[in-house]
Design a protein around this ligand. Structure first.
Ligand SMILES: [Zn+2]
Length: 322
């Protein structure tokens, strides 16, 4: 908790001192091609919706977004159905087959059960994610088996074991898992990690992608997984690189090189304490500068012939590249 409080505090303090550094990457926005076919829409953090006509699947679906003070003070929070409803309306999403939180921290799983309830879908995730759904009396979550293919035509979803970015004394913030319904509202710190996943989404004719929401990995876990594009979580990476040089390259090799992806689209670089859809800016945290992480990632992408694309917020792009 302490490290997250510190990060939130720094965010509060530094926000007015350091402007968002978008211009350096301006030319990379717009490289993700707009599409009217099978699409991906970035919704901030690790929230993405993949659509083919009326059919859709999503990761996370984090819309309520408690503010900096709530995070700083570890206030009790719960999903706000009206905020979720407004967000779904804004992105024109009324029906969804499945929503998959990449892990169960509040900035991923807080709204997932309510998103599923409002769209007729299911939540697919960890036992901890199920405890959040059950705490809301929604009982709409399935505990996923790693490596099993879940079919939601025309999409197929498979979860692989991963690891949270080790940003809190070498491990995840709020480690552990829940096996009983989480009483709501719950303090931010009670949304335990509950295990982290790499989420593989395959479309019947448009290729496949991997959503890797948190910047940790299990060595070799993705060696037999193939993806055309990786949605790569970069939150916390620059501080990890500073603590242990070479971290970003190892992460890149285990996630991007292992899957053979030729397109990488960074995610989880926006300020998750700001309201949904308000900006595409990088957070202005002192201890983690996503622009520094991207400098390293740009070189690795060049080395390996991978196309690096920044995602526009709330605008559909092609699902898995051109
Ligand atoms: Zn997390």
């Amino acid at each position: 908790m302490r490290s997250l409080v510190l990060v939130a505090l720094c965010s509060c303090l530094s926000g007015c001192l350091v402007g968002p550094d978008l211009e350096r990457y301006a030319e990379r926005y717009g490289e993700a091609s707009a599409s009217t076919g099978v699409t991906a829409t970035f919704l901030g953090c690790a929230s993405l919706v993949f659509r083919d006509g009326e059919e859709a699947v999503m990761t996370d679906g984090f819309f309520t977004r408690p503010g900096k003070l709530a995070v700083l003070l570890d206030r009790p929070v719960e999903s706000d159905p009206e905020t979720v409803s407004a967000a779904l309306h804004r992105i024109g999403l009324s029906r969804l087959s499945a929503v998959v939180p990449v892990h169960s921290h509040f900035d991923h799983a807080l709204d997932s059960p309510v998103v599923a309830a409002q769209t007729g879908g299911v939540v697919l995730g960890s036992a901890t994610t199920k405890a959040i759904a059950d705490g809301l009396d929604l009982n709409n979550a399935i505990v996923a088996t790693l490596g099993q293919v879940y079919v939601y035509p025309p999409f197929e979803i498979t979860l692989y074991e991963s690891r949270h970015a080790p940003v809190s004394d070498g491990g995840p913030p709020f480690p552990g898992s829940l096996d009983a319904p989480l009483p709501m509202p719950a303090p931010i710190s009670h949304y335990l990690e509950g295990g982290s996943f790499s989420v593989h989404v395959e479309h019947s004719s448009a290729g496949s992608v991997l959503v890797h929401g948190s910047a940790g990995f299990v060595t070799g876990a993705l060696d037999d997984v193939r993806a055309d594009a990786v949605y790569l979580g970069i939150g916390g990476l620059s501080s990890l690189e500073e603590g242990e040089p070479g971290t970003i390259e190892r992460y890149w090799n285990e996630v991007v090189v292992a899957t053979g992806a030729k397109i990488v689209r960074p995610i989880h670089h926006d300020d998750f304490t700001r309201p949904f859809g308000s900006e595409r800016a990088f957070p202005t945290w002192i201890f983690d500068d996503p622009a520094d992480s991207l400098d390293v990632i740009e070189k690795l992408a060049e080395r390996d012939g991978v196309r690096l694309e920044m995602l526009p917020m709330l605008e559909p792009v092609s699902f898995a590249g051109p």
